[in-house]
Design a protein around this ligand. Sequence first.
Ligand code: FNR
Length: 182
Amino acid sequence: SHYRIAVVVGSLRKDSFNRKLAHALARMAPADCEFHQVRIDDLPLYNQDDDGQQAESVQRLKKEIAGSQGVLFVTAEYNRSIPGVLKNALDNASRPYGQSAWAGKPAGVIGVSIGAMGTAMAQQHLRNVLAYLDMPTLGQPEAFIHAKDGLFNEDGTIGEGSKDFLQRWMDRYIAWVKRHNG
Ligand code: FNR
């Protein structure tokens, strides 16, 4: 069968390292897995008053998540937590109450930052949110990626130093997705 995985990038920056990482990871996936980056930059700021008439962009995001067999979060760390844009996307697609798009979707959490701790604290905060949203989240291996020279090759693939590690991470995440889709 075929697996569709939604990729949520926690950075809106044009030259985002996390978006680059998301692209590189997608290229490491097996042929039966298709990765799709979902848009979160056009979502309204979450407002509970809108629950009865969610914006088109929110409905679109929810449809994309609902139609996926897994969700891969590739996120930046802002001020020792997840960027607001990511939390906003999580909040928007979690409502109205009882109609969350996230529940049950197997998740992977990964991120890259220019700091030595490589988004570790953002990832830990994100895990807390995903637990509440009832998303089974891959626990190991963890991947805290430090953006340094050579992380990416010219063609956008992962450089020698991290290639094998990230391939093993992807293999484990794909196995996780398959395990949670009967
Ligand atoms: C950062 N950055 C950062 N890095 C980190 O490792 N821990 C942190 O807490 C923060 N905090 C933070 C706050 C804000 C507002 C900005 C703009 C940046 C640096 C961050 O790792 C760097 O900007 C990355 O390039 C962000 O990821 P993208 O946009 O390249 O994917």
